[in-house]
Design a protein around this ligand. Structure first.
Ligand code: NAP
Ligand code: 3JM
Length: 340
């Protein structure tokens, strides 16, 4: 028997991603019965509006998931590691936005436009992982090309917005920009260096192989989602002083020759993609245009003249929407439509 309405919990409801989730649940009219908003003691007791009603934020604890159908988690890896299994054993299906379970072979890692069939694997642990923001937008654009021409290698450099680090980082870019323009000293609390008027080739921690963890997320998650471990991926991830939307320069080498026109045609029919590629009139994807939108925008599509079978492109998407909250809610929509 299908339910008419589902009980949903948002874990990390007061954060940058959580906030966006609540907005998108309303926009896309998910059949939400009860909405439970969960956070830490810092913001428990505050209220957030949902369908013109103020809902009280509660403290996350072991008993939070009784009777909850779907839990949308975005309160960091440590919280997910502890509470996702607790939620799952209470019968709540977890859609986890953190990196905690992404590479677990018992947990599907899903982008609905790319591998929706993987959702069926949620039954193993009761958890579905949402990929990293930079991975999601890249695979949405690359999947149709991989299907036709076979991608052998990907070289990606990212230009990532501060909102990917959360609310405190949005404030830090605002404060530093204001302080610099008014000749005041700058305070750095979130990032190790000034982010205003700067670029930091450092996202998440450095690993033993000299890559950052964010870079290795892109490498490993891309292969898992495209279900092809033969694809070679190398990434450089950079934080830039942009508030919303990540941009990426992506170079691919393919098995079969594919022309720039063929890529443009393929992508103009691809789900979740909008091609913006008219250099003659200075039209290409830009962070400020992608912010607040659902699609992944692709432009600057051109053949790589340094190799026989290569393509360059520029991929932009709203990191809090397609990169996080929207992708998670698209997964919840499929669960509701096809599984529960
Ligand atoms: P944020 O703005 O800093 O918000 C963090 C949220 O987590 C707040 O609601 C906070 O509640 C809550 N929280 C923190 N510690 C908690 C605890 N011990 N118990 C309960 N709630 C706790 O961060 P954000 O940008 O929304 O990101 C949150 C997480 O989502 C990240 O850490 C990351 O793992 C994931 N994320 C994923 C993607 C993606 O690409 N899929 C993108 C961005 C972020 P309080 O208000 O009580 O502090
Ligand atoms: C995006 O708990 C943490 O340290 C969260 C770090 C984090 C992640 C992550 O690793 O889950 C911050 C921002 C992500 C992510 O999506 O991978």
């Amino acid at each position: 028997m299908k339910k008419e309405k589902y009980s949903i919990a948002v874990v990390g409801a007061t954060g940058a991603v959580g906030n966006e989730m609540i907005k998108i649940l309303e926009e896309r009219k998910l059949p939400v019965g009860k909405l439970k908003l969960l956070a830490s003691t810092r913001s428990a007791g505050s209220y957030i509006e949902f369908y013109n009603k103020d809902i009280k934020v509660e403290i996350l604890d072991e008993d939070s998931f009784k009777g909850v159908d779907i839990g949308l988690f975005s309160a960091g890896g440590t919280v997910s590691e502890k509470f996702a299994p607790i939620a799952a054993s209470a019968g709540c299906i977890v859609v986890d936005n953190t990196s905690a379970f992404r590479m677990d072979s018992q947990v599907p890692l899903v982008v609905p436009e790319v591998n929706p069939h993987a959702i069926a694997q949620y039954k193993k642990k009761g958890i579905i992982a949402n990929p990293n923001c930079s991975t999601i937008q890249m695979v949405v654009a690359l999947k149709p090309i991989h299907d036709v021409a076979g991608i052998k290698r990907i070289v990606v450099s990212t230009y990532q917005a501060v909102s990917g680090t959360g609310k405190k980082a949005i404030d830090e870019l605002q404060d530093q920009t204001r302080d610099i323009l008014s000749f005041q000293d700058v305070e750095c609390n979130v990032y190790p260096h000034q982010i205003a008027f700067n670029c930091l080739p450092h996202i998440d921690i450095f690993l033993e192989n000299a890559y950052t963890k964010e870079e290795m997320k892109m490498v490993n998650e891309t292969r898992k989602i495209l279900e092809d471990d033969s694809i070679r991926v190398t990434a450089t991830t950079v934080r830039v002083p942009v508030f919303y939307s990540h941009s990426e320069s992506v170079n691919i080498e393919t098995e079969k020759k594919i022309t720039a026109d063929e890529v443009r045609n393929l992508l103009s029919q691809a789900p979740g993609v909008t091609v913006v590629d008219d250099p003659a009139s200075a039209r290409y994807p830009m962070a400020i245009d992608a912010a607040g939108k659902d699609d992944t925008f692709v432009g600057r599509i051109r053949e790589d003249e340094s190799i026989e079978k290569g393509i360059n492109m520029w991929i932009v998407a709203d990191n809090l929407r397609k990169g996080a909250a929207l992708n998670a809610i698209q997964i919840a929509e499929i669960l509701v439509r096809e599984y529960i």
